[in-house]
Every structure is written in structure tokens, then in C-alpha cells.
Design a protein around this ligand. Structure first.
Ligand code: B1M
Length: 210
């Protein structure tokens, strides 16, 4: 959507307070929490990423933009939690960004969309070692484990988790995603599926658990 929206501008400029105020204004005018993230935050971050890749913006600005976007995501999560998905959860999804990788904005969006689709989401955070993911998956009786990685240097960690799960004879499914993951790569490491966006991830989980 248009670059004139104050929320887009505040994320691009890395202004967390302004971003939150603009997000609240959008919600007051009827924007749903999920729409806030998918229609405004994700496109703004994509633009930030494009500027960074072109060398038109630098790491400190990137960090500030990520903070502004993260604040809006937390607000959306709070609003979603307040709306409350009351029915019995359709299943449990354990989510993590793999070890060595600090990129968690995309994973957080995936978590939000899954929660809004009625799943219990156990989010282990970012930079999570394979062993911890495997232990949590067992302890939480996961139906699906979702792994996110944004860097070519960290995607091999996904393979480590999948190998560990197979060695343990785990019954849960494992899906992978994030900008550094291609469908070919997902297939080559034996993942049960991949998706390039959060709504696709929720659809994938529904298919796997059908
Ligand atoms: Co970094 N970073 N970063 N970064 N960063 C990338 C990933 C990079 C591609 C930028 C670039 O150089 N071109 C590059 C990786 C290069 C590579 O390996 N190929 C990179 C680098 C190099 C780095 C540092 C090394 C920079 C440095 O320090 N010199 C450093 C590494 C830190 C580390 O992890 N150890 C670093 C740091 C950071 C920040 C902390 C500043 C910040 C992250 C803040 C945070 O996440 N809390 C950051 C950001 C913001 C980016 C870019 C610009 C944007 C990522 C983002 O949040 N996108 C990114 C460039 C890019 O991707 N174009 C870049 C928005 C988000 C909503 O999308 O995460 O793709 P995304 O998630 C999507 C889908 O991928 C999918 O659904 C989401 C919603 O639609 N998805 C899944 C994600 N996970 C999924 C899981 C699923 C299914 C779908 O199933 C389980």
C-alpha cells in the first residue's frame, strides 16, 4: 500500500513511537491486527530490505526500522490475544529461529497468523540450538515444528534439527521457511513442507494436520 501512510514512513525512518501511534490510529479506523501486519508492516520491511540491499540504508537504520516494526507486531499480538481465539486449539506448533540467526520478525508474523488460525503456538525465540528445539518439541507434544532462517550461513541448522528428529523417531512434522529457504532446499533436507509467507505457512499446517 502507498508510501504516504504514516506507519510506513515511521517504519522506514525507524521511529518506534510514531509507528505505534500510527498503528493505533489504523486500528481505531477498523484495521484488523493481522491486516496491520500483513498489509503494512511486512511491505514496509520489504522496502527496508530493498533499500539495505541497494546500499541506500545502513545497519543502524535497519535496526531502528526492525525495532519500530517489532513494536507494531507486539501491539498486533496483544490485540489478537485480547480478541482471544476461544475454541480448543487445533494443534500445537513449536516455532524457532535456528541457532546463529537473530532474524525473528518473519517468524513472529508466522506465529501470529498460526495463533489466529486456532493453533497453540510455542515460540522458542531466536538463535535456538537444535537440541533445545528437539527437547521442546517433545515436551510440548508438538504436532508441527516450524523453523525459520534468513541467512545462508544458518539454514544448515534446519537440517540438523530434521536429522535429530528422525534419529529420535519423532512423529511431528517439520516445516521450514524464511528468505534463505527455497522449495528445492526444503525438499533436499527432508522437510515436510515450506512456504514463502505466513499465510502459506498456516495453510501448510492445516494440510499436514488434516
Ligand atoms: Co539482516 N540480513 N543481518 N538484519 N536482514 C538479511 C537476512 C540479508 C539478506 C540482508 C542483506 O545483506 N542482503 C543478509 C543475509 C545474507 C545471506 O545470508 N544471504 C543479512 C545479514 C548479512 C545480517 C547481518 C550479518 C548484518 C551484519 O551484522 N553485518 C546481521 C546478522 C545477525 C544474525 O542473525 N546473527 C543482521 C542483522 C539484522 C538486524 C538485527 C538489523 C535485523 C533483524 C531484526 C529482527 O529480525 N529482529 C535485520 C533485518 C531486518 C534484515 C532484512 C533487511 C529484513 C528481514 C525481515 O525482517 N524481513 C533482511 C533482508 C531481506 O530479507 N530482504 C536481512 C521482513 C519479514 C517479515 O520477512 O523474515 O522474510 P521474512 O519472513 C517472511 C517469510 O520469509 C516467511 O514468512 C514471513 C512473513 O511473510 N517466513 C516463513 C519466515 N519464516 C518462516 C517460517 C516458516 C514459513 C514461512 O515456516 C516455519
Amino acid at each position: 500500500k502507498g508510501g504516504e501512510q504514516p506507519l510506513t514512513r515511521c517504519i522506514l525512518e525507524g521511529d518506534p513511537a510514531g509507528a505505534e501511534a500510527s498503528a493505533r490510529a489504523l486500528v481505531d479506523r477498523g484495521t484488523s491486527p493481522l491486516d496491520l501486519v500483513s498489509s503494512w508492516v511486512v511491505p514496509a520491511l520489504e522496502e527496508v530490505g530493498r533499500l539495505y540491499e541497494c546500499g541506500d540504508t545502513f545497519l543502524p537504520q535497519l535496526l531502528a526500522s526492525a525495532q519500530a516494526a517489532g513494536g507494531v507486531c507486539r501491539l498486533a499480538e496483544e490485540l489478537l490475544a485480547r480478541q482471544g481465539v476461544k475454541q480448543e486449539p487445533k494443534g500445537t506448533v513449536v516455532l524457532a529461529t535456528v541457532e546463529g540467526d537473530l532474524h525473528d520478525l518473519g517468524k513472529n508474523v508466522v506465529g501470529m497468523v498460526l495463533a489466529s488460525h486456532g493453533y497453540r503456538v510455542v515460540d522458542l525465540g531466536k538463535d535456538v540450538p537444535a537440541e533445545r528445539i528437539l527437547e521442546a518439541a517433545e515436551a510440548e507434544r508438538a504436532d508441527v515444528v516450524g523453523l525459520s532462517a534468513l541467512m545462508t550461513s544458518t539454514v544448515p541448522q534446519m537440517e540438523a534439527v530434521i536429522r535429530g528428529a528422525r534419529e529420535r523417531g519423532a512423529a511431528y512434522r517439520i516445516i521450514v521457511g524464511g528468505a534463505a529457504v527455497s522449495p528445492q532446499y526444503a525438499e533436499s533436507i527432508g522437510a515436510d513442507g515450506t512456504s514463502s509467507d505466513a499465510v502459506g505457512a498456516a495453510r501448510l499446517v492445516e494440510q499436514l494436520l488434516a
